[in-house]
Design a binder for this molecule. Structure first.
Ligand SMILES: [Zn+2]
Ligand SMILES: [Zn+2]
Length: 254
C-alpha cells in the first residue's frame, strides 16, 4: 500500500495561467475509507480541488505558513463548510503557525470571535508528530521572512517531505532526510541577486535532495514569470535521481 499526492496548485507566489497557488492533496486508504489531508490552500486552489476530491471529504489542513499564496483559500473553504446546502459541515483541524485563526478571520473581515472557529479547529505547529488517520505529520521550522515550516508526512511506511517556502537551511535538510519524495520549492533562479533566507533556486533544491538522499525530487512554486525548465536544469546538475516539475493534476504514488 502507498499513499498518493495530487498537485492541486503549484504556482509560486500567486496563481498562474496554468495553476493556482500552493496546495497538495494527500490520500490514503485506511481502515475501510480514504483519508484526505491538504498541505496548504493557497490562492485559487479551492476551485481546482473540486476536480480531484469532494471538498467536504477533507480530514485536515496543514498550512506551511501564512503568506497569501499558501493559505488564502481557507476563506472560501470557510464559506463552503459553513453554508453548504447539505448543512454545516462541522469542524476539521487546521494546523498552522501562531496566529492562524486571527489571521484568517481578518483575511475574511470576520470578527475574531467566532472568526472561523466554528468551521476549523485551529492548532499550532509544535514539532510533535500529528496523527490524522494513517498520516503522521511532523513540522520543522525553516527560514522565510515569516514563521514557516517544512512538512514531513509518513503513511504506510513511506515518506513525503514538502519544503514549504524556505531558503537553504538545516530544518529543510532534517525534514527531507531519507524521504521517498521531496516536494521542493524552486522560486528563484541562479545568477540573480536573490535575497537570503527566502526561497530556493532549482540548484539549491537539487542540493537539498542530494544531501537528504531522497528517492525523487518534484520542483514546485515556480512563479509564472520564470521558465520552470530552468529550475529543472539547475536541479539536474546537482541531483542524480528522478526530477519532475509539478503541474496541476499530477499524481504521485509515494
Ligand atoms: Zn509562497
Ligand atoms: Zn512565502
Amino acid at each position: 500500500m502507498t499513499f498518493r499526492m495530487t498537485v492541486i496548485g503549484c504556482s509560486g507566489s500567486y496563481p498562474g495561467p496554468e495553476s493556482p497557488a500552493s496546495s497538495y492533496l494527500l490520500e490514503c486508504a485506511h481502515e475501510g475509507r480514504t483519508w484526505r489531508i491538504l498541505m496548504d490552500l493557497g490562492s485559487g486552489a479551492l476551485g481546482v480541488l473540486h476536480r480531484y476530491a469532494d471538498p467536504l471529504q477533507i480530514d485536515a489542513v496543514f498550512l506551511s505558513h501564512l503568506h497569501a499564496d499558501h493559505c488564502l483559500d481557507l476563506c472560501g473553504y470557510y464559506v463552503l463548510r459553513r453554508y453548504h446546502p447539505t448543512g454545516h459541515a462541522g469542524r476539521i483541524p487546521v494546523w498552522g503557525p501562531h496566529g492562524t485563526a486571527d489571521r484568517m478571520a481578518r483575511a475574511y473581515d470576520l470578527p475574531l470571535d467566532p472568526g472561523m472557529h466554528e468551521e476549523f479547529d485551529f492548532r499550532i505547529h509544535d514539532g510533535l508528530p500529528v496523527q490524522v488517520g494513517p498520516f503522521s505529520v511532523v513540522t520543522t521550522p525553516v527560514v522565510h521572512p515569516v514563521e514557516a515550516y517544512a512538512l514531513r508526512v509518513t503513511a504506510e511506511g513511506r515518506t513525503l517531505t514538502f519544503s514549504g517556502d524556505t531558503g537553504p537551511c538545516r530544518g529543510l535538510d532534517e525534514a527531507a532526510a531519507g524521504a521517498d519524495l521531496l516536494l521542493a520549492e524552486a522560486a528563484f533562479m541562479e545568477g540573480k541577486d536573490n535575497p537570503p533566507d527566502l526561497h530556493l533556486t532549482g540548484r539549491e533544491a537539487g542540493e537539498a535532495a542530494t544531501k537528504a538522499g531522497v528517492g525523487r525530487l518534484v520542483l514546485t512554486h515556480v512563479p509564472a514569470w520564470h521558465d520552470p525548465k530552468v529550475a529543472l536544469e539547475e536541479a539536474a546538475d546537482v541531483y542524480d535521481g528522478p526530477i519532475d516539475l509539478a503541474h496541476t493534476g499530477a499524481v504521485y504514488k509515494i
